[in-house]
Design a protein around this ligand. Structure first.
Ligand code: CMC
Length: 425
């Protein structure tokens, strides 16, 4: 095993170096404080390995993403979302028999308790569906309080019910009656039907939409230690139950720097088009650091090359639009922005490329999904990834500690809290 040496105040300390299966190396600083009195400082955890994980591998310089060793391009082309859920959570592809049983279970648990429908009634019509999702997922723990006793069953429950919760949030926002799930449909088709069917008429889910939804779900399914997944592990480390931990992860995903970026991209494109501003002058404002102009859907903490998910989605967007004969000026605008940004020194120097959120929203829009549901769509895809990390943490043969980072205190040193005595009103 190799090691690294640290010299501090004339003394030498040896720190072990760990190596992963893809030759990624890390200095193990677990004993650093005990031996030196020092902690590490890493704002935003950009250089911190917070766990060992065998779920997803990313090489951000090469633009590589693999789920359990399988390249994302192959999983996206040949896989189905339900199978990917199993793969991520249980670490291997199911056999065809296991897959059939797994899919059957995932369709038998789609209904939510009728009492939960009352929760929806209390929300104002313009409530953001992410607020509803986070609350509903946490609320499931009150219907299944023994979450830990039968974790596998609760995993099935949330994977099955998440789409019902999401579709009900949408129906609530447009004032339509809820449409109940149907157990003879695929996961994506069942969801789209609950979104768009109305009680009096059946809704034929277009095959192109079902396939696009399957692709989007797969591409969002996991992405190692991002903000929401780290939240899942952080909350899970306190031994909070599965639903509570998922609810926290959903809230973390909501922000515009993370999963909320897909909504922000669409809003940016719509505003730019409506304002009539030339896209080149918008990019100039972005480069000047104008606080109102950031190229949403661009940049990534890990990818310093193309995000492979963005590549797949750009191709998918073209295919879907061709197949359905749709023309969306926002897709043209996005492509123009991408073209200029990719050859502009500002973006090239900073290695800023389109990420998964740059094209996903345009596809959701073509499917008729409203902008404020976009981050919910991301949530539906990411739930299996969060669960996989929660389970990996729980089943770690070395155990796990509660997550509790240190800080460098920069506040006041000790001072007196004066007694105001009778001067106090
Ligand atoms: N537009 C313009 N400049 C940018 C952008 C952008 N989208 N992203 C980064 N930069 C600049 C940034 O200002 C900084 O410049 P300088 O060195 O002059 O200060 C430099 O590039 C490095 O950026 P950073 O903010 O230090 O990078 P980060 O790793 O902390 O942040 C990010 C990553 C994704 C939060 C950021 O790139 C961003 O805000 N992008 C837009 C939001 C977005 O699309 N988020 C979705 C991420 S992918 C989906 C997901 O997994 O959540």
């Amino acid at each position: 095993m190799s090691s690294a040496k640290l010299v501090y105040e004339g003394k030498e300390f040896t720190l072990p170096v760990m190596e992963g299966t893809e030759k990624e190396r890390a200095i193990d600083v677990r004993k650093l404080r005990a031996e030196t009195g020092l902690v590490t400082y890493d704002d935003g955890y950009g250089n911190t390995g917070s766990c060992k994980s065998a779920i997803t591998f990313i090489d951000g310089d090469q633009g590589i993403l693999r789920y359990r060793g399988y390249p994302i391009e192959e999983v996206a082309e040949r896989g189905r979302f339900t199978e990917v859920c199993y793969l991520l959570i249980y670490g291997r592809r199911p056999t065809l028999e296991e897959l059939a049983a797994w899919r059957q279970k995932m369709t038998m648990h789609t209904l939510i308790h009728e009492d939960m429908k009352k929760f929806y009634e209390g929300y104002p019509p313009n409530a953001h569906p992410m607020a509803i999702m986070a609350a509903m997922v946490a609320s499931l723990s009150s219907f299944y309080p023994d979450t830990d006793k039968d974790l596998d069953l609760n995993i099935i429950r949330i994977l099955a019910k998440s789409k019902t919760l999401a579709a009900f949030a949408y129906k609530k926002s447009i004032g339509q009656p809820f449409v109940y799930p149907r157990n003879d449909m695929s996961w994506p088709a069942n969801f789209l039907r609950m979104m768009f069917a109305v009680p009096a008429e059946e809704y034929e889910v277009p095959k192109a939409f079902e396939d696009a939804m399957n692709l989007l779900l797969i591409l969002h399914a996991d992405h190692e230690q991002n903000c929401s997944t780290s939240t899942m592990r952080m909350v899970g480390s306190s031994e909070a139950n599965l639903y509570a931990s998922l609810s926290a992860a959903i809230c973390a995903l909501w922000g515009p720097r993370h999963g909320g970026a897909n909504q922000a991209v669409l809003e940016m494109l719509e505003e730019l088009r409506a304002s009539g501003e030339d896209y080149k002058s918008f990019l100039e404002r972005v480069k000047k650091g104008d606080s109102k102009a950031r190229l949403m859907g661009f940049g990534h903490r890990i990818y310093k090359n193309f995000d492979p998910r963005a590549k797949l989605l750009k191709t998918a967007a073209d295919r879907i639009f061709d197949e359905l004969g749709i023309h969306d000026p926002l897709l043209d605008l996005a492509k123009k922005l991408e073209e200029v940004a990719l050859s502009d020194e500002y973006f090239v120097k900073r290695k800023l490329y389109p990420n998964v959120d740059f094209y996903s929203g345009i596809i959701y829009r073509a499917m008729g999904i409203p902008t404020d549901m976009f981050t919910v769509m991301f949530t539906l895809g990411r739930i299996p990834g969060w669960i996989a990390h929660y389970m990996e943490q729980r089943n770690d043969p070395d155990g796990y500690r509660i997550h509790r980072p240190r800080q460098i205190y920069t506040g006041e040193t000790q001072r007196v809290f004066e007694d105001w005595g009778t001067k106090r009103l």
